[in-house]
Write a protein that binds this ligand. Structure first.
Ligand code: G4P
Length: 197
């Protein structure tokens, strides 16, 4: 998605060979107009698939997921990373290990919002090693719902998440695919070049 790539080039900060900071429009301050365009792009990619619910994870997945839900006119459910005071029984849970943060957490969703009749689109802001996405996949499967695919705002293609999800038979649609963060510069995968390979 050209608009997103341009914004990453303009406002993204390369913190290391592995970490891209985009807190001026996605991870802290949020640009609603950009999120709206992101929502439209995901809605286009998954048009006609019969999505009934969107599932994401707090906190940074919520903005792009809500905009996608608005376009598709379906509800958005976000997995919680901390125990909720009001959400305490009939939970779907999964364990997620973050290699980036080196910690393990249990994420949860209420069973009542997903059923075997649902067709789910999973949305998240970043895809690195795929741990969060696999945790969401696991919970959707526990509910017996079908997974139509996974929509990612920024995929770090040099990490293994996208490959692992695709190998698991899942459709992954990433709006920006970062090939490398070397020398302080963001390089994207050029789709035309990739098609020729
Ligand atoms: P994984 O789920 O793909 O395995 O990712 P990983 O454990 O490596 O990432 C843990 C957290 O760090 C996630 O956010 C993820 O979105 C974020 N993250 C991973 N790589 C980057 C990066 O290069 N830049 C930025 N800005 N974030 C990255 P989180 O802890 O769930 O945070 P939030 O959703 O509450 O903001």
């Amino acid at each position: 998605m050209k608009l997103l790539e341009e914004r990453i080039k303009l406002d993204g900060k390369v913190l290391s060979e592995n970490v891209l900071k985009v807190d001026s429009f996605l991870n802290h301050q949020i640009d609603p107009e950009l999120m709206l365009e992101i929502g439209k792009e995901f809605a286009n990619k998954f048009e006609g698939v019969g999505i009934t619910k969107i599932v994401t994870i707090e906190s940074s997945g919520i903005a792009p997921a809500v905009m996608t839900g608005l376009q598709m006119q379906v509800p958005v459910i976000f997995a919680r990373k901390r125990k909720s005071l009001t959400l305490n029984n009939d939970l779907l849970t999964a364990t997620v290990h973050s290699f980036t943060k080196n910690d393990t957490s249990e994420i949860s969703l209420s069973k009542k919002y997903l059923s075997e009749n649902d067709k789910v689109l999973i949305i998240d802001d970043f895809l690195a090693n795929g741990q969060a996405a696999f945790g969401l996949v696991e919970m959707v499967q526990q509910a017996g719902a079908e997974i139509a695919g996974i929509g990612i705002v920024i995929e770090k293609s040099f990490q293994q998440g996208a490959r692992l999800l695709k190998e698991a038979g899942l459709r992954v649609e990433s709006l920006a695919r970062v090939a490398s963060l070397s020398n302080g510069e963001v390089k994207f995968i050029n789709e035309k070049v990739e098609e020729l390979i």
